[in-house]
Design a protein around this ligand. Structure first.
Ligand code: GAR
Length: 234
């Protein structure tokens, strides 16, 4: 078996596009982190495949340009993604952050932004890929759930992991309370993971993303979310 070589990822520019399909709370966390100076970046475009995505209103409140294109108007995924790439280029985007963007992206977009497309998913991947990951985790009966920021590849929720954080599951948890606690941790790790990529020095060793060369060093593991219990359940 050949050992994969270690490859340093090129340091990208700091202009982001955030792709959403709905609520946009991760988008807001990214915009807030930029506003407070915790993340040194700018959002050049918020893109949605759904006109009614609530996050579009958030983008407008923060003064960020938005664009909406329904995939239904395109003959296939590649044609749709080619149009998105054109938009991203027009807005001089360096890094693409999927934040609740509920579509699989094709090689057309991935090849245009190599090692520069990130996604957040509400589980400790590779567990519980796909929809309703926190419900899947609760129903499976895991004691530790969590969330993952990963590089995107052509398969759903599967690319190399950049950061993960764990969230304890309590006996009193419902789908809603667990999803909410995971979401608050998502809001911490996504801006942080984006910062790690933008600061440069990340290395890839096969699927593994090595953080030790990153300009702003990150611990190998994020602390487990505090033992706070859901408030409404007794
Ligand atoms: C987030 O929980 C995100 O992790 C999840 O969608 C939600 C979007 O919330 N993404 C996935 O499940 C991707 N497979 P938001 O619109 O409030 O950021």
């Amino acid at each position: 078996m050949t050992t994969p070589i270690v490859r340093t990822l090129p340091k990208p520019g700091r202009r982001l596009a955030v792709l959403i399909s709905g609520r946009g709370s991760n988008l807001r966390a990214i915009l807030d982190a930029i506003r407070t100076g915790a993340l040194n970046a700018e959002v050049g475009l918020v893109f949605s495949n759904r006109r009614q995505a609530k996050g579009l209103r958030t983008a407008k409140r923060y003064g960020v340009p938005t664009a909406v294109l329904s995939h239904r108007a395109f003959r296939n995924r590649r044609a749709y993604d080619a149009r998105i790439v054109k938009l991203l280029r027009e807005h001089r985007v360096d890094v693409v952050c999927l934040a609740g963007f509920m579509r699989i992206v094709s090689p057309v977009l991935l090849d245009a932004f190599p090692d520069r497309v990130l996604n957040i998913h509400p589980s400790l991947l590779p567990a519980f890929q796909g929809l309703d990951a926190s419900c899947q985790a609760l129903d499976y009966g895991v004691r530790i759930a969590g969330c993952t920021v990963h590089f995107v590849d052509e398969t759903l929720d599967s690319g190399p992991v950049l950061l993960q954080a764990a969230v304890r599951v309590h006996d009193e948890d419902t789908h809603e309370t667990l999803a909410q606690r995971i979401l608050s941790v998502e809001h911490e790790i996504y801006p942080r993971a984006i910062g790690l990529l933008l600061d440069g020095g990340l290395r890839r060793h096969g699927r593994r993303v090595l953080l030790s060369g990153a300009a702003e060093r990150a611990p190998a593991d994020m602390p487990t979310e505090s033992g706070r219990r859901p408030t409404h359940a007794r």
